[in-house]
Design a protein. Structure first.
Lengths: 118, 251
């Protein structure tokens, strides 16, 4: 009798088991894919906890200085080439300052990084 | 000489390599240290991967740790697609890290304390981003400078600011590494010269007082080791962030 029930269960259950197993595998697969996508896209805030405060401060200051410097150089060159002194320097210093502030805000994570897709 | 903190950054010509026009191309101490760093990294990685056991040897696990570290950095900042730039980022990271670490050895030369080296690296990254972005996305790449959802009347201003921000990247990228290494090594040298000055100026009392700057050097040296690693890491992670823009410019 037990043999008979086992026989029937053997006949009936393997498809059930397989179906359940494949369903579970599929669920696991989707969850893994989701987890991978999350970690790969890295759209979350970039952790800067590892860096020391001095490194962070230094990074922010160079970002600002770099923006202003580039603005100043471009403005100065335009002045020389086009002979519009001092307007190129005035305009591009202001733009450079704005770019520097933007750099700092991006580096500090206040403004979102520019890639807006995903 | 002991009190001249800039002396350690002097470039010394070793022997001439080639002559272009009237300019003699010299093999300098800087080039020698770079060559040593490349050889060191190559020997380390070739030696580590020669065995390739399932159970890694000590050297192999060290190489695996470095690989995993850089790979995680690349994946988390530039996504899975960024892994095609893995060799590039890994090379830059290992090169800068090795040069920074070699620079910490007393009497050695710190290649990364010269802005020409860091600027060359940063410009390589900059042009890689520019050229790859243009090849991959064509004109679409310039959408990087046009943020979405900006009213049309301030768009020219925003685009100008974005372009300036983009152009200023290699500057902050290179200055950060260069200034950190330069400042750290000057600080170490200045504190070391305090010991000499105290000793020669005050005699025995000075040598005893010299314990204080010496203790400071020990502390600073630990900090400099951290900075040497951290700056190599920051250089690599910024490279990834910039490459990310080449791979996924906003649209």
């Amino acid at each position: 009798m037990s043999d008979g029930t086992r026989g029937t269960s053997d006949r009936n259950e393997p498809p059930d088991d397989e179906a359940a197993l494949s369903a579970r595998l599929q669920r696991l697969g989707t969850r893994l894919a989701q987890a991978n996508r999350q970690s790969e896209n890295g759209s979350g805030p970039r952790s800067t906890a590892g860096t020391s405060a001095i490194a962070r401060g230094f990074r922010l200051s160079t970002e600002l200085v770099a923006g202003v410097l580039v603005g100043a150089v471009i403005g100065w060159l335009l002045d020389r080439w086009l002979g519009i002194s001092p307007w190129g320097l005035i305009v591009f210093l202001l733009l450079g300052f704005a770019a520097g502030v933007l750099n700092v805000m991006r580096a500090a994570g206040i403004v979102r990084e520019r890639n807006l897709n995903d | 000489m002991a009190v001249d903190p800039i002396h350690q950054f002097k470039i010394i010509d070793l022997f001439p390599v080639a002559k272009i026009g009237n300019t003699e191309i010299m093999f300098t101490n800087s080039a020698a240290y770079m060559l040593a760093a490349v050889l060191g990294v190559t020997i380390f990685l070739v030696g580590a991967t020669a065995g390739r056991g399932l159970v890694p040897s000590r050297l192999q696990s060290a190489a695996e740790v470095v690989y995993e570290f850089v790979a995680t950095t690349v994946r988390s900042t530039a996504g899975a697609e960024g892994m095609r730039f893995f060799p590039f980022v890994f090379t830059i990271f290992m090169f800068v890290l090795t040069l920074n670490m070699i620079g910490l050895i007393p009497y050695s030369f710190t290649v990364t304390s010269h802005i020409i080296i860091t600027a060359a690296l940063a410009l390589t990254v900059f042009f890689t981003v520019l050229i790859y972005g243009l090849i991959r996305h064509g004109f679409h790449f310039f959408n990087l400078f046009v943020p979405k959802g900006v009213p049309i009347y301030i768009l020219p201003l925003i685009v100008a600011i974005e372009i300036l921000s983009f152009v200023s990247r290699p500057i902050s990228h290179s200055v950060r590494l260069f200034a950190n290494m330069l400042a750290g090594h000057i600080t170490l040298q200045v504190f070391a010269s305090f010991i000499i000055l105290l000793g020669t100026g005050l005699g025995v009392l000075g040598w005893i007082g010299g314990v204080l700057p010496f203790a400071m050097i020990v502390i600073l040296f630990a900090l400099e080791t951290l900075v040497a690693f951290l700056q190599a890491y920051v250089f690599a992670i910024l490279t990834c962030i910039y490459l990310n823009d080449a791979i996924h410019p906003g649209h």
